[in-house]
Design a protein around this ligand. Structure first.
Ligand SMILES: [Zn+2]
Length: 148
């Protein structure tokens, strides 16, 4: 929900004028209708934000707007699967290594750090409109996007 550029009052996305102070609200760039400010590319990039990208991914997959957009859905699935791998490392691989001495050298920590790096890498790739397919996860995402 956006806020008035003048007084900070909450305004609806479709409001042209603020209900409290009457200030004209900035028109979304590129003359798009106000409800479609989230571009497919931005939505795709958000799906890869480490640790919280899955929220965007679930939103994309549930949204009517991207139902027909296979590229965005592919990114959403891939971002989701990347998070699943992170969870597996955190909940399955982690506890196993936690029983062993090793401290900072524990492989699960490095794995998770690597996954965060992959997420950032994917954000950069996607922001350049490159559809990068990760090994295994990319194939899974491809199938999921094709099925739904
Ligand atoms: Zn206002």
């Amino acid at each position: 929900m956006p806020y008035c550029c003048q007084c900070g009052n909450q305004v609806a996305e479709t409001d042209v004028y603020c209900r409290r102070c009457g200030a004209r609200q900035p028109v979304p760039e590129r003359g798009q209708p106000p409800r479609e400010t989230l571009s497919p590319r931005t939505a795709s990039v958000l799906c890869y934000v480490p640790l919280i990208g899955w929220i965007a991914a679930v939103g994309v997959l549930a949204s009517e707007r991207f139902r027909q957009n296979r590229t965005v859905r592919f990114h959403a699935f891939q971002g989701l699967y990347l998070f699943v791998v992170y969870l597996i490392v955190e909940w399955v691989v982690g506890p196993f290594f936690r029983t062993l001495p090793g401290g900072a050298l524990r492989p699960d920590k490095w794995l998770n750090l690597g996954l965060v790096a992959v997420g950032i890498f994917m954000m950069i790739k996607t922001s350049r409109d490159e559809v990068y397919s990760l090994p295994i996860l990319g194939e899974l995402a491809e199938k999921s996007a094709a099925e739904s």
